[in-house]
Design a protein around this ligand. Structure first.
Ligand code: DX5
Ligand code: ZN
Length: 217
């Protein structure tokens, strides 16, 4: 069963609570929350206070994508704010093993992410620590960018790495996912799809989420 994780980045920020509830009733599985620091990525978004507000607004598990460096000092805050998954970039810390172990110890599910130019071997020795791997299919920082097709090869490689662990690690892809390209990403081995502009640019969230789900096969 695949999962759809709409990214709140493309929602109407003046009505965040309503938008979160709208995708919840439209059939989303997670709510993807992009945290940007203007340092690791060239944009700024939100912090733990807003994550806590979203946690009060929806029952959807919060899939928190940290694009911040340093990351370790803030992991606890995001877990306390109600993050269900906390995804850390391999490029954002010198101590990835420690950061991922910290997420687990503090009570959330650890995810690890790779930018488009980062090879998959970067996560080879942390696979036992994670519940999710996130392959970025755009350079992180902004919604509405074009899917980078080279990501598909990485998805295939990570799918094999996951099979080798024998553990049910989710394989998430984030960036430029649309109803017309989700099939190839699914076929490459992904089972969790972030979609920001594809969902929030449409008037009928339920219809797009259904379309994404139907096309992913
Ligand atoms: C990009 C973010 C994504 C973004 C995806 O830095 O990590 O989650 O919101 O947006 P779309 O689906 O519009 O590419
Ligand atoms: Zn994201």
């Amino acid at each position: 069963m695949i999962k759809i994780s709409p990214s709140i980045l493309s929602a109407d920020f003046s009505r965040l609570g309503e938008e979160a509830r709208a995708v919840e009733s439209a059939g989303a599985d997670y709510l993807h929350v992009d945290i940007m620091d203007g340092h690791f990525v060239p944009n700024l978004t939100i912090g733990p206070l807003v994550v806590a507000a979203l946690h009060r607004a929806t029952r959807l598990p919060l899939d928190v994508h940290l694009m911040i460096s340093p990351v370790e000092p803030y992991i606890g805050e995001f877990v306390k704010a109600g993050a269900h998954i906390v995804t850390v970039h391999a490029e954002a810390t010198h101590h990835l093993d420690r950061a991922l172990a910290m997420v687990r110890e503090l009570g959330a599910r650890p995810g690890v992410s790779l930018n488009p130019a980062t090879p998959v071997c970067m996560i080879e020795h942390v696979m036992h620590l994670v519940d999710l791997v996130l392959i970025m299919s755009v350079n992180p920082g902004f919604g509405g960018q074009q899917f980078i097709p080279q990501s598909l090869a990485k998805v295939r490689q990570v799918r094999q790495m996951i099979e080798a662990t024998g553990r049910p690690i989710e394989l998430q892809v984030d960036g430029g996912i649309k109803p017309d390209n989700i099939a190839q990403v699914f076929q490459a081995g992904a089972d969790c799809f972030v979609a920001g502009s594809a969902v929030f640019s449409q008037p009928d969230y339920a219809a797009v989420i259904r379309q994404l789900r139907d096309n992913a096969q």
